[in-house]
Design a protein around this ligand. Structure first.
Ligand code: HEC
Ligand code: HEC
Length: 249
């Protein structure tokens, strides 16, 4: 019994931020955050390609301990890497002090109607022609099943109105002209010095060797059309609210 207690007490202490009362910690953490985290979570931690961290509520759990765990270990299968080796446990606590200091009561929340956004997604927008959301749709573009968990509101909105602004890594456009003059355009599935794999808008998969075609180019633009004009501002907010609700529950 006594031995068990000895084991549990140090763990209990570890789970609390040792810098919680240190007024310097948020600033130190902010410096680390700017270098390692801002490229995805934004300079002010309010999100981008990664989720907004100023909301004060987290999929990983709201305690300091849960945040420490997710930052140390990452989220397998997502762009969120594990930072334990790179930063060390103590620096991660400082980053958490910064995240806590950046939490805001007025953080952006979705204002649109989820049910109406879902209708627009599968109907007027034909988004399911290219995207999976849960078990429905097609896989020409990125799977959106966890879009709300992985991305910020602003990023989701921009993805719809300005697809070329921040292209999802690995989903560039490949354009091939074959020897007999046929032009094939599709979303990148693979690309190296010798070959390219792509999927066209009809979900047909192609693989080409560079030597076998006239030209084979990777273009830094999206196959996704902009919906800036297709949706009214209210419709756009509805679709954003629907995407934000996609969290794999
Ligand atoms: C390459 C992009 C990228 C970088 C760099 C990055 N993250 Fe993330 N982060 C993500 C994504 C994407 C998720 C969502 C993962 C998921 O739940 O599928 C995430 C999730 C998180 C979460 C959990 C959020 C929640 O609601 O559960 C925290 C906390 C977090 N990141 C903190 C950090 C910190 C701190 C750093 C720097 C040390 C960092 N991230 C660097 C992309 C990134
Ligand atoms: C012709 C196929 C196509 C259609 C139709 C389409 N998309 Fe896309 N979408 C893509 C491709 C390809 C990408 C990846 C390149 C990029 O970042 O734009 C993408 C990227 C996205 C992203 C960013 C995903 C991420 O995780 O980074 C979102 C969000 C998105 N689309 C939402 C939508 C919505 C909402 C609609 C309907 C209103 C839609 N798309 C219609 C092909 C399509």
């Amino acid at each position: 019994m006594q031995r068990l207690l000895l084991l549990f007490i140090p763990l209990g202490i570890m789970a609390q931020n040792p810098h919680a009362a240190d007024p310097q910690a948020p600033e130190a953490g902010r410096g680390i955050f700017r270098i390692y985290c801002a490229p995805c979570h934004g300079l002010k931690a309010d999100g981008g390609r990664g989720p907004d961290l100023t909301l004060g509520v987290y999929t990983a759990g709201d305690t300091d301990e849960a945040l420490h765990k997710v930052i140390s270990r990452g989220v397998p299968g997502s762009e969120m890497a594990d930072y334990n080796e790179r930063l060390g446990a103590d620096n991660i606590w400082k980053v958490i002090s910064y995240i806590r200091s950046a939490a805001r009561k007025d953080a952006a929340r979705p204002t649109g109607n989820i049910a109406s956004g879902e209708k627009l997604f599968w109907g007027k927008g034909s988004c399911g022609q290219c995207h999976l959301a849960g078990t429905r749709g097609r896989s020409v573009g990125p799977d959106l099943t966890l879009a709300g968990r992985r991305r910020s509101l602003a990023y989701l909105r921009d993805s719809i109105t300005e697809p070329n602004k921040d292209i999802t890594p690995g989903f560039y456009t490949i354009v091939v002209e074959t020897r007999d003059g046929k032009k094939i355009t599709g979303v990148q599935r693979g690309f190296d010095n010798f070959s390219a794999q792509l999927m066209d808008a009809n979900e047909t998969y192609y693989s080409f060797l560079k030597g076998d075609v006239n030209t084979l180019k990777r273009e830094y633009r999206s196959m996704m059309p902009s919906y800036a004009k297709a949706f009214t501002p209210a419709e756009l907010e509805d679709v954003v609210a629907y995407l934000y609700s996609l969290r794999g529950n």
